[in-house]
Design a protein around this ligand. Structure first.
Ligand SMILES: *Cc1c(COP(=O)(O)O)cnc(C)c1O
Length: 381
């Protein structure tokens, strides 16, 4: 049982129930019996360890080919627990386009604890190297950025990082382990907002971390247990179940995204499309080498003069909502919704125009999705 798609369905057998149930039970127990005072128990208290959560943690560690996995109550909690392995005075290089919540965590929280950060264009390994200082401890980035799908090479980044003995930390939320396994490409820690593709049904907030080796795993486990932002048994079960269908969902996300890109390319109302599957860009070049697919997020710009608000409010099947990576298609206007906290100047600098639309392509029939986009575009003319 070593093939990836088999591992998705079958995690490590637990064989710890007396019923023959094929799924790991949801262990809603906060505490566990000690057979005697001196007993060495595997579980004593559920913040420190819970069998349902541990099943999920081992499942994801196996998919990422890591030493150990950790499940958190959100992607943000996962990122916090990872960045909390550093100490005051440490310097971390970050991608200049990172998730808004991570940006807030860094700028409004972690800086209070004297961590230093420098934002660079991680697509350029020379920029990363130039930013390295004697106190630099890590480089942190998103493999595909949000919402413009800029692609950073995990291999090239890890090469620079290893040369300077610093860690490579990747938020791989947009790809999932089905499309990329960063630890195999040289990264040390991989993070997911499991709220997105891993769970895949918009019904849970969760985060995952996988560490490459024992030493890192111990530091992250300490934070998971000490900070306490662990994933509940019920939610662990939801993520576990979502993962079982990751491959089949992702295949449809990819197929639909490709068809939608082709449709958008045929429409005069669309002035620009951001999708790493489109050849001729640096993003495509890197993604073609380091991923098994270009993802299910497509961003695009409407031509000047067209009403972007009317467009996103005009889709009927595709729902107007933030978040991504679920079975249903979601559309949003980054400048008003996901990236509203950036000032107009910051938005402009980041390439987030008022015409930019982000589409999380779901697994519906592509004909219906295309018809829906088409009818909303038709109403703009
Ligand atoms: C959603 C998201 C997060 C935050 O995850 P939550 O589960 O919402 O806390 C972090 N990184 C990326 C890339 C995301 O899309």
């Amino acid at each position: 049982m070593t093939e990836f798609n088999t591992k998705l369905v079958h995690g490590k057998p637990q064989n710890d129930n007396n019923t023959g149930a094929v799924n790991v039970p949801v262990y809603n127990s906060s505490t566990y019996i000690y057979p005697s005072v001196e007993a060495k128990v595997k579980y004593d208290y559920a913040r420190s360890g819970n069998p349902t959560r541990n099943y999920l943690e081992e499942q994801v560690a196996g998919l990422e080919n890591g030493y150990r996995g950790f499940a958190f109550s959100s992607g943000s909690a996962a990122i916090h627990a990872v960045l909390a392995i550093f100490k005051p005075g440490d310097h971390i290089i970050i991608g200049k386009e990172i998730y808004g919540g991570t940006f807030r965590l860094i700028n409004e929280f972690l800086k209070r604890w004297q961590l230093e950060f420098t934002a660079v264009d991680t697509q350029n390994p020379d920029e990363i190297e130039a930013a390295i200082k004697p106190n630099t401890k890590a480089v942190y980035f998103e493999s595909f950025t949000n919402p413009l799908l800029h692609v950073t090479s995990v291999k090239a980044t890890a090469k620079v990082a290893q040369k300077h003995h610093i860690l490579t930390i990747v938020d791989d939320t947009f790809l999932s382990p089905y499309l990329q396994r960063p630890l195999n490409l040289g990264a040390d820690i991989v993070i997911h907002s499991a709220t997105k593709y891993l769970s895949g049904h918009s019904d849970v907030i969760a985060g995952m971390v996988v560490a490459k080796d024992k030493e890192l795993a111990e530091r992250i486990y300490f934070n998971q247990n000490a900070i306490g932002s662990t994933l509940s048994p019920e939610d662990s079960n939801l993520v576990r179940r979502g993962i079982q269908t990751l491959a089949v969902r992702m295949d449809r996300h990819l197929e639909n995204a490709q068809k939608i890109v082709e449709f958008l390319q045929s429409r005069k109302e669309i002035s620009k499309i951001y999708y790493p599957g489109i050849a001729g860009t640096r993003d495509h070049e890197i993604a073609a080498k380091e991923t098994d697919g270009f993802g299910g997020i497509v961003s695009f710009e409407l031509a000047d003069g067209l009403d972007s608000t009317k467009f996103v409010e005009g889709t009927k099947l595709i729902q107007l909502a933030v978040s991504l990576g679920a079975v249903e298609s979601l559309i949003e206007l980054p400048y008003k919704m996901t990236h509203a906290e950036l000032s107009p100047e910051e938005q402009l600098k980041a390439g987030i125009t008022h015409q930019l639309v982000r589409l999380s392509v779901g697994i519906e029939d592509s004909k219906d999705l295309i018809a829906d986009l088409g009818q909303s575009l038709d109403k703009l003319d």
